[in-house]
Structure formats: structure tokens, C-alpha cells
Design a protein around this ligand. Sequence first.
Ligand SMILES: NC(=O)c1ccc[n+]([C@@H]2O[C@H](COP(=O)([O-])OP(=O)(O)OC[C@H]3O[C@@H](n4cnc5c(N)ncnc54)[C@H](OP(=O)(O)O)[C@@H]3O)[C@@H](O)[C@H]2O)c1
Length: 514
Amino acid sequence: MTATDEKPACAFDRKADPCIIVIFGAAGDLNKRKLLPALHNLRANRLLPDEFAVVGVARRELSHQVFREQTTREVQALSATTRGPSWIDFAARLYYSYGDFGEGATYERLAAQLIEVEKRHHTAGNVVFYLATPPTVFAEIVAGLGRAGLLTERDGKWRRVIVEKPFGRDLASAEALNYELHKVLSEKQIYRIDHYLGKETVQNLLVFRFGNGVVEPIWNRRYVDHVQITVAEDLGVERRGGYYDKAGVVRDMIQNHMFQLLALVAMEPPSTLAAEAVRNEKVKVLEAIRPMSGDEVIRNTVRGQYGAGMVGGKAVPGYREESDVAPASNTETYAALELSLENWRWAKVPFYLRSGKRLGRRDSEIVIQFRRPPLALFRQAGIDQIGANRLVIHVQPDEGIDLQMKAKIPGPRIQLRTVKLSFNYADFGEQPEATGYERLLYDCMIGDSTLFHREDMVRAAWQIATPILEAWAERPAADFPNYAAGSWGPAAADELLACDRRSWVVPEAVSKKR
Ligand SMILES: NC(=O)c1ccc[n+]([C@@H]2O[C@H](COP(=O)([O-])OP(=O)(O)OC[C@H]3O[C@@H](n4cnc5c(N)ncnc54)[C@H](OP(=O)(O)O)[C@@H]3O)[C@@H](O)[C@H]2O)c1
């Protein structure tokens, strides 16, 4: 499969609304690595209007000019696209406001600053506040903005808040954060971001499923044997040991990104592409996963932690030897779950999810494994079992789709081989460099919340994850570390599928253009 020359159907056809983006945590990694480059890319691609500016907020007292110069140096060291006239145009729109997020004076200063910037750039009173900060200060910032009157929408001016992950660390803390946000914001103003949903292939899932009439009739328990979702990282915890040791893979990866992938794979067709219609269907899928009892957690999940090993030909230390990790840490760096969806479409079709750090290679993919043919027609030719057809959706690092089919090897005898019908995103040609945040920032600026988590979605996801975390906390793992860095995880994860006479599909690179 290759991309055809047909004219593209495009929904990305207007500039964002005039607005200011205020970034809390402007001195942080996320802002420099992703947010400013993404905003610059949007502006360079003419998706932002002239009536646009950015205000960074951080602790140190700096002038606008020093902030611009420092930011330019730091951003350019990280991203090759942030240079030339487009960056000069963008940097002229950068402003700065300082202060500790716990102090009222920070918000008064910011309010005065916003009046000035609005006058200069005619941003129509619209503001996005982006919380690129540790989650411990999310509620404090929103309360400060509320007290300063900065979240009030009137006379057609909108105010929106983008909240970074993690959103809570269990059901109770997520509910508490939602409660704090709702004291000063309506749900419509809250954009809980999930950068995974900004990836092309993830967005393509909806198009693949609902833009192709041939797919939908076979997308159910009658034809699908099971689904596997893998998010494998070859990296360890790098410099984030302190954060990771309190989180683990379920909180960091599964509860948010992987449950969203699952929802996109399993949801019913929405009646329209309106944000609420899509999100209603996604939340129904998560609500169809029954939370596990303690015994079910033991039967249907596997946790792991990496020990020392070899990755990419280099010896790497075990998790407990990483900096800022407790020497006897019980935090899981790997998890595999078998989930059951209790609805008509997916009854008795297991969804196997696994994610881990320091695995064999970096690869995220979704495998839809179909049922085998009902009759062993090729038995006379000595072929007892024909392997199942699989649809493999590659999410990262390569993006593409492979359909694995059986074909006859040319010759007088019947011999079968698996062949792939492949589509590679690279077939669309060279794409401009992107951070993955462009689409999400743009959507927030046009008021489209389709790709953001809604309150009930967060609750449903924690309702599935919390019993797993609680059961694991009650019974600390006795066998950690239980997989070597560079392997594909603990042996028990293979047994989880072997009990069902299935096995994990070893991730491969997306097929290259032929
Ligand atoms: N980095 C990524 O690639 C990435 C990816 C996905 C999600 N996220 C999420 O994005 C958020 C930010 O991540 P990050 O990596 O950018 O974190 P970071 O590098 O630690 O930056 C956070 C910034 O917030 C500031 N800050 C914290 N508390 C403050 C306070 N009370 N008053 C004033 N400033 C305060 C810090 O200022 P100081 O420098 O003065 O301490 C720092 O500049 C986190 O929620 C993270 O989970 C990050």
C-alpha cells in the first residue's frame, strides 16, 4: 500500500483564535523541548494569527529581553527547526512574568502583564494557561488564577487551562484535583493533555476504523481473537529516577496513554466527530472494563523490574542502581495486564497490554489478531495449522500499518508464507519536523477538546488502575529485579498469554516502502 495522488480531505483549514498562551513552568524542560518549538512550528506553518503572544512564568526575576535571549539559546540548542526569520518573528512575541506559584503577588503581576500584552498584540482577551509544572502545584496555580479573576469568561472572551500529566496518582487524588479545578473552572475550560494523542498514527486510528467501510464489519468478537497493545521503551529512567520511583509504569504509561489507545481501538463509532460524541464513546469503553478483585489482579497481571543487562550493545545498570531510586525499591518498571471488556462487541476477546522500560527495543504497536480460518483446508498438503492474520498498527518510532496475510509460495507444491500488505507513513513524503504537541495546542486554541481527557474518562481509567496498584502494594514483589535490561520482560508475562495458548508478538520495524 502506498499513498495515492488523490486530493487530501483536510479539516485543518483555519487559523487559531487570537490569544495569549501563558506557560507556567517556563524554565522547565517541557517548555523548552516541546511547547515553544511546537508553538513556533504552528506559527511558521501559518496556523497562528498575528494576534498571538506567549507569556512565560517562572520563579526567577528576569526582564522580557533576557528571557527572550536565554530561551532562544536554550531552545535552539535542542531543536534544529527553531532558527531563521520564523524564530525571530516568534521570539518577538515572547514575554515573561516572574514569581512563586504559591504567592498572590505572582498572579497580580501576571494580570497586569496580560493587559499590556493584549493591548500590544490585540489578542481579544482570550488566554490559554498551560500548567507545565510538577503536579503538586496544579491546584495552587488554578486557585491563584481564580482569585486574581483571570479565569472569568465574559463578553465572548475565553479562558482555558491545559493540565499536564500525571492527573492524580490514584482515584482519590484524581477526584480531589478535579474538585479543586471545578471550584474555579467549568469542565469546558479544562484541557487535560495526553501527548500520545497528538501522534499521527494515534489520530489515524479513528480514520482507519471509521473512514474505511471494509474494516468495521470485522472489528468485533466474531473475527478478532485478541488484541495486544505494547509500549516498549529501551531507555531506563534517565534523570527522572525521583519522579519514576514514586510512579511506576502503571501510573506513568498505562493508566493514561495506553488506556486511551485501548479506547480508540475498542470504541463504538461516534454519531459525529464532535468532541463530546467521540469522548462519550471512549468513556463507555473504559467503563466496560470491570475493576479487578485482589485475586483477579494476581491472576491477570504481571509486574516486573529490570536488573542490569545489555541494551544496544552497552552494559546498563539495574533499576535499583539508578540515581534517585531507592536501593530496595518495589516500583514496577514493567507491567502486563489482561483486560476484559464487558460489552457485546468485545465479550470474551482479551485485551493484553504491556509496557516497560529497558526492553529489547523502543517500539509501540497495536496488534489485532484475527481468528484462524474455520476449516483446516490445507491439511492434505501437510499444513495443519495456518497462523492467524494480524493487523499491526505501528505507533512509534516508525508509523505505519501492516496487514499480515498468508500467500502461496510459487511452485508445484502448496507452501504458505506470511506476507505483509504495508502502509508506511513515510510514503506521504518528508513531513515537517514536529514535536507532537502542535495539534493539541492548536486544538485548544480553537476550542476542540476531542483529544483531551474528560473528567469521567480520568475517573474511569483510575477505577481500572487503582485496584491493581492497591493489590500490588499489599503484596510487595518478592522477585524484583525479575527481568534483565534488554530482554522482553519477565517470564511470567509470557506465561500470562501461554495459559490462553497465545504469545506476545515480537515488535518489528514497520515495513519499508517497496
Ligand atoms: N519534560 C517532558 O518531556 C514532559 C513530558 C510529558 C509530560 N511532562 C509533564 O510536564 C510537567 C513539567 O515537566 P518538566 O519536565 O518541564 O518539569 P521541570 O523541568 O521540573 O519544570 C517545572 C518548572 O516548574 C517550576 N516550578 C515548580 N514549582 C514552582 C513554584 N512553586 N513556583 C514557581 N515555579 C515553580 C520549576 O521552577 P524552578 O526551575 O525554579 O524550580 C520548573 O521550571 C510535569 O507535570 C511533567 O510530568 C513533561
